[in-house]
Design a protein around this ligand. Structure first.
Ligand SMILES: [Fe+2]
Ligand SMILES: [Fe+2]
Length: 198
């Protein structure tokens, strides 16, 4: 990948994000790069995915709904109730059409960064986990544990973050995207298969 694409995306996204959000973006970008080194996947792709994962997050809920309508992106019932969820698929659309990202793997990792999906690619997992553990995060419990686990066992880390996120959303009675639950069940099953084989 050419470096200028990353530089351009970085300059452009900085114009749309306030200080704190941009720091989070950089945190996800660097964390995704570190995980890419550890798990030997393309570092530049991870950097670009981390940089753009929240590129639609700064819009208000109504603006997100309006843009999804404009770009003919499907909106589910749970997304109508909680338009914040839309920043992932809207972000993937903007990454493709406003940031000239052609790589489908990067676009998919942006689409699935909030809910995950069954059978995630390495890049999907890395962006999902980097979003949760990047250094500026300080609210979620057990962050030190997750930060260590991410570099020891990626799938176990993914599963445990899904579990923690689901129970957090349930205690706050927030709208849960059915995909989060599907992903959780998929990895619960995967991990129990692995344990059974051992
Ligand atoms: Fe996000
Ligand atoms: Fe994020």
């Amino acid at each position: 990948m050419n470096q200028s694409k990353i530089d351009k995306a970085r300059k452009k996204i900085k114009r749309h994000q306030d200080g704190e959000r941009f720091e989070h973006t950089l945190g996800v970008m660097y964390t995704a790069a570190a995980l890419a080194m550890k798990y030997e996947i393309d570092i530049d792709k991870s950097i670009l995915a981390g940089l753009l994962h929240d590129c639609a997050k700064h819009y208000t809920g109504s603006k997100k709904l309006e843009l999804c309508k404009k770009y003919h992106l499907p909106v589910s019932e749970s997304e109508k109730e909680n338009p914040g969820l839309l920043h992932a698929k809207l972000g993937a659309y903007l990454a493709e059409h406003k940031y000239d990202v052609e790589d489908q793997e990067i676009l998919d990792s942006i689409t699935w960064h909030t809910t995950g999906r069954p059978n995630m690619t390495m890049l999907d997992k890395i962006v999902y986990i980097a979003d949760y553990i990047e250094p500026n995060r300080n609210q979620a419990p057990n962050l030190e544990y997750f930060r260590r686990l991410a570099f020891e066992d990626l799938d176990k880390c993914l599963y445990e973050i899904l579990e923690a996120s689901l129970s957090y959303l349930k205690t706050r009675s927030e709208v849960i995207d059915p995909m989060t639950e599907q992903t959780y069940l998929f990895y619960k099953n995967e991990l129990s298969n692995i344990t059974r084989k051992e």
